[in-house]
Write a protein that binds this ligand. Structure first.
Ligand SMILES: *Cc1c(COP(=O)(O)O)cnc(C)c1O
Length: 478
């Protein structure tokens, strides 16, 4: 969010009302080309962490065709679009098999959604409805890691579920299992764990949390939105995947009742595609919306949306079929290979290892690091990298930076490392110069530092909220 807020485009080209006569194709195409080429952070050169989960140009062309063939389709009318219904069911079936290393439960169930956030909020809703129906819970509560995705907070806000955050202490930065145990009470409707989480790329201790879920009879959601087809293919790609030893992080753990998997992240499907899996149909049915006596006719819809884009289901289905297991193993090798190179270099390079440290022991595509000895401000590194055209993600509590490797960023890992070394060397030089002149060290003043660097008081958070509100308003300025 600390990114550029500049609203671009020459004034003369503002379109504030419908053209009297429709434009011809050429004009629209030219305009679209201009819009695509507006000055932007160069994800194409691999300088943007996460964000663009690109599977290559050939795949992109095929997706565009698949979307085109189904652009009028809508799964709310399965009789009109039987192909879309079939593809959605097959995506769910494939996701169960992939996520459970082909040991999925016979009666596993699921739905596709518009993205990770919808998958997570539907899982929270289903857990709330289940507890209300089966246990009479009217004041629902959830227990989630402090590092869990913002979507859980959104669900808590939308569905009035009280949220308890558990800390994720150093050195492993996994959710504290004793804290979860202490917070469980009769109103607890859902536990959650990440595989891995967004900030640090750390996978929580899912076997242990599953034991708690089973002991207390509470559903457990595993957020594998980001992990998606990377985590699923770690072992087959030759990388450590310790959870395989303990029976996986998925439905093979008896306490796990739902899993969210984003096909629009590391499955490389077009944006607007995620899968929410349930251990069996009895969990899934609690997210359904049924309205038998609507004046518009008996109505049933599986998730938040009514009409849904069948085109994106076709895009996701075609992507899974095109990539195949071999394709995902190949992409996992490239992406996690780059992440491992980044991690190893930080741990061994003389400049890097003395000034920055890795957060926890990440296994997949996200590596987070932080300033090691307080000599350098973490946000100074973030801002200096930014000035060199990198778009890494600044994190807070604790201050840190992460890079989510993707196909484009994997190719740029050597440049990323050499820039990081140069940036840290420059910051150290500046500190030396100031010391020699007897000047006081100054607080960082770049944009990351301005946004996050002032400490976490309530007043500061209010200021950040105000800034964020203004940011959202700006998005709608024509
Ligand atoms: C990306 C992500 C999500 C969901 O995000 P969407 O932007 O809604 O797809 C959920 N959890 C984690 C860990 C993520 O990284």
């Amino acid at each position: 969010m600390a990114q550029k807020l500049a609203i671009q485009g020459p004034d003369s080209k503002k379109n504030l009302s419908l053209p009297k006569e429709g434009w011809d194709f050429e004009k629209i195409e030219a305009e679209l080309e201009d819009l695509r080429n507006l000055d932007h952070t160069r994800w194409e050169d691999g300088r943007v962490s996460g964000a663009v989960y690109h599977g290559g140009n050939e795949l992109l062309e095929m997706q565009t065709k698949a979307i085109g063939k189904f652009s009028v389709s809508n799964p709310i009318h399965p009789d009109v679009f039987p192909g879309v219904r079939k593809m959605e069911a097959e995506i769910v079936a494939m996701a169960i098999q992939i996520l459970t290393a082909f040991n999925g439960p016979e009666d596993g169930a699921g739905v596709t959604t518009s993205g990770g956030t919808e998958s997570i909020i539907m899982a929270c809703l289903a857990a709330r409805e289940k507890a209300a129906a089966e246990r009479g819970i009217i004041s629902p509560e959830m227990i989630i890691p402090s590092t869990a995705h913002a979507a859980f907070h959104k669900a808590a806000k939308y569905f009035k579920i009280k949220l308890h955050l558990v800390s994720c202490p150093a050195p492993e930065y996994q959710a504290s299992v004793p804290e979860i145990r202490r917070l469980i009470n009769r109103n607890t409707v859902l536990l959650a764990a990440s595989a891995p989480n967004y900030p640090h790329g750390i996978i929580d201790d899912i076997p242990e949390i599953s034991r708690l879920a089973t002991e207390y009879g509470i559903p457990l959601h595993v957020d594998c939105c980001l992990g998606s087809l990377i985590v699923a293919f770690l072992k087959k790609s030759g990388f450590p995947s310790p959870y395989e030893k303990e029976g996986g992080f998925d439905f093979r753990q008896p306490g796990v009742t739902s899993i969210s998997v984003d096909t629009h992240k590391y499955a490389f499907a077009p944006k607007g595609s995620s899968v929410l899996l349930y251990r069996n149909r009895s969990y899934r049915n609690y997210q359904y919306f049924l309205f038998p006596d609507w004046s518009g006719g008996a109505y049933a819809s599986p998730s938040m949306a009514g009409s849904r884009p069948g085109s994106l289901i076709a895009g996701a289905w075609a992507t899974l079929m095109k990539m195949g297991e071999a394709g995902y193993i190949n992409s996992c090798r490239q992406i996690v290979g780059a992440a491992k190179k980044f991690e190893t270099t930080i741990l061994t390079d003389p400049v890097l290892k003395s000034h920055i440290g890795i957060i926890g022991h990440p296994l997949a595509s996200v590596i987070a690091f932080t300033s090691k000895n307080g000599e350098i401000e973490t946000y100074d590194i973030a801002d200096a990298m930014d000035a060199r055209g990198w778009h890494l993600n600044a994190l807070q509590s604790p201050p840190a930076i992460h890079c989510a490797f993707t196909m484009p960023t994997a190719k740029a890992v050597d440049d990323l490392l050499s820039d990081l070394i140069e940036v840290i060397t420059e910051i150290l030089l500046r500190i030396e110069e100031r010391k020699e002149k007897g000047e006081q060290s100054v607080r960082p003043s770049g944009k990351s530092a301005v946004l996050y660097g002032v400490g976490g008081s309530i007043a500061d958070m209010n200021a950040v909220s105000q800034f964020a509100e203004g940011f959202l308003d700006t998005l709608y300025k024509v």
